[in-house]
Design a binder for this molecule. Structure first.
Ligand code: MEV
Length: 328
């Protein structure tokens, strides 16, 4: 049995724009997916996950290679999560040259699914790391991130950047621009997260922005302006000026909203955090519902969010210095 964990993330700046080659700065947070893998002799893949912030479920995959589930999975998010595991195991078989390797995979995750906190990237990173080690192969972090990226890219029909998977594999604050990715020095970032209990459809949201860019030059300019905010933001991050970081987060949120990826509940939470004295607040991830991230100026932000209509949960989140952790 082999066990790995990997963290979720928030975007300080740059989601969506990163899909079009602009830079982004995601930060890993101390909410983790933990994946336990045991090799099976019959070549089958069996996935068990009881806590993906949804009702308990178990899925069995038949066949000697990753195939479709042989039980009916009605919950679309669960089904999507299983698609990621399926593809991740395909990457493991490829990188270890073992077409017929089978596994029991058990997933536990603190990260709500599809809510903008990088749940799929964390599950994929931890699953690939644990399954390759179970076969006696330990991947370098860069190769692990690359295989996790290919997993997301294949599952999301080619619409994925390297940001989520690189951040989850590496930990800390990172900068991603196309193929170029590196870690950044970051001060203590007092994040507070508000979660509306919902989830957005990343594929649909990314397609929506793509269509807007094709239709309007000013939508294209909006994406480019997000890139400018990221470039400015990374300099401010180095200086550790939280007040200025917050202003740039607010600006970034406004542009994401213009691109149509916010929602009423995200807007309400963003304004509640700002009213409570946060340095800044924005949606994080694909949007459409899910989470906002606030940079907290006062202890009141978490309390204010927890009383905000439409906010299901509010919590503090530490920057996770470590990316993938090899537990057993
Ligand atoms: C999703 O967490 C972030 C997006 O930028 C998509 C991606 O980078 O793959 C919307």
């Amino acid at each position: 049995m082999t066990v790995s964990s990997a963290p979720g993330k928030v975007y300080l700046f740059g989601e969506h724009a990163v899909v079009y080659g602009e830079p982004a700065v995601p930060c890993a947070i101390e909410l983790r997916a933990r994946v336990e893998v045991t090799e099976r002799s019959d070549g089958k893949l069996r996935v068990h996950a009881e806590d993906l912030s949804l009702d308990g479920f178990t899925v069995e995959y038949g066949g000697s290679t990753a195939g479709r589930p042989d039980v009916n999975v009605s919950e679309s998010l669960v089904s999507a999560a299983m698609g990621y595991v399926d593809e991740a195991i395909g990457q493991v078989r490829d990188v270890t040259d073992t077409d017929d390797a089978g596994f029991d995979v058990t997933i536990e995750s603190d990260i709500p699914l599809g809510a903008g906190l990088g749940s799929s990237a964390a599950v994929v990173v931890a699953a690939i790391d644990a399954a390759t080690r179970e076969l006696g192969v330990t991947l370098e972090t860069d190769e692990l991130a690359e295989r996790a990226y290919r997993t997301e890219h294949n599952v999301q029909d080619g619409q994925a950047s390297r940001a989520d998977t690189f951040c989850s594999a590496t930990g800390g604050a990172v900068r991603v621009e196309g193929d170029d990715r590196r870690s950044l020095e970051a001060p203590d970032l007092p994040f507070v997260i508000g979660f509306d209990g919902g989830a957005g459809d990343t594929g649909e949201l990314v397609s929506g922005v793509r269509q807007l860019r094709e239709e309007y030059d000013f939508a294209s300019d909006t994406v480019a302006a997000i890139g400018d905010i990221v470039r400015q933001g990374e300099r401010v991050l180095e200086d550790g000026d939280l007040e200025e970081l917050g202003r740039l987060m607010n600006f970034n949120h406004g542009l994401l909203s213009a691109l149509g990826v916010s929602s009423r509940s995200l807007e309400t939470m963003v304004w509640s955090a700002r009213d409570a004295g946060a340095y800044g607040a924005k949606l994080t991830g694909a949007g459409g519902g899910g989470c906002i991230v606030a940079l907290d100026a006062t202890p009141e932000t978490e309390t204010a969010l927890s009383f905000t209509p439409g906010c299901e949960e509010a919590f503090r989140a530490e920057l996770a210095e470590a990316g993938v952790k090899r537990l057993e």
